[in-house]
Design a protein around this ligand. Sequence first.
Ligand code: UDP
Length: 243
Amino acid sequence: MKRTVEILGIPFYNVSQNAFVDELIDAAVNKERRFIVTANPEIVMHAQQDLEFNRAIQQADYIVADGIGVVKAAKSIGKPLKGRVTGYDTMLGLLEKANEMKMSVYFVGAKPNIIDKLIEHVKCEYKGIEIVGARDGYFTASDSEAIAEDILVNQADFVFLALGFPRQERWISTHLDKFDRGIFMGVGGSFDVLSGCTKRAPDFWVRFNLEWLYRILSQPSRWKRALAIPRFMLAMKKQRRHG
Ligand code: UDP
């Protein structure tokens, strides 16, 4: 039985960041298949209205709390989570171990110039990793099949998809049945950060749990998306009241 805490109908896996990476490495070593969703309040709110998306993410083996809002919500209902488990930190942890263990990785997502820079970076910083495939995230529905085929032929240990939500989770849920191995995870804007093209929030903002605010301030066009945060808090208040 997996230890989960349910927040607005979404079962969050209660695990620490490091233990989660170790668990995924074990699964990869055993040539198993895993689908991971890293969800923040925006994703939880989206899943309330978009039932097809909700079904797609409920297919995941793990949904983890990629957002301080989710961690606080769990605490407020008396079922605390061990902490945030972010897509970016999980990907970094997996890349480090994949490097040591000489495992293979497939990257799908982000703009063409970003994916080129990402490959250069990974080749230089993680010499033990075998990159078995990489392509940008601007493709048509028919390319989508071809990408799945290519991943299948190349038998990647890890497949990271940086297409933004809900696209990356939909892609994984649509194609998952074709695979019997591989760790599949949507990582949002992580390729932009890892390639060095976008800065992650400086430590100060991360430490004080203000990464969400940093993202709005550095990309003001995101403010509309941030409205999901107060909506999430309101929904949690209602859940506690009816509880
Ligand atoms: N993206 C993509 N294909 C698309 C739309 C977006 O590959 O059709 C990429 C985009 O270039 C960026 C990432 O998906 O690298 C989305 O980043 P964002 O910060 O919006 O993701 P979030 O973590 O907020 O879901």
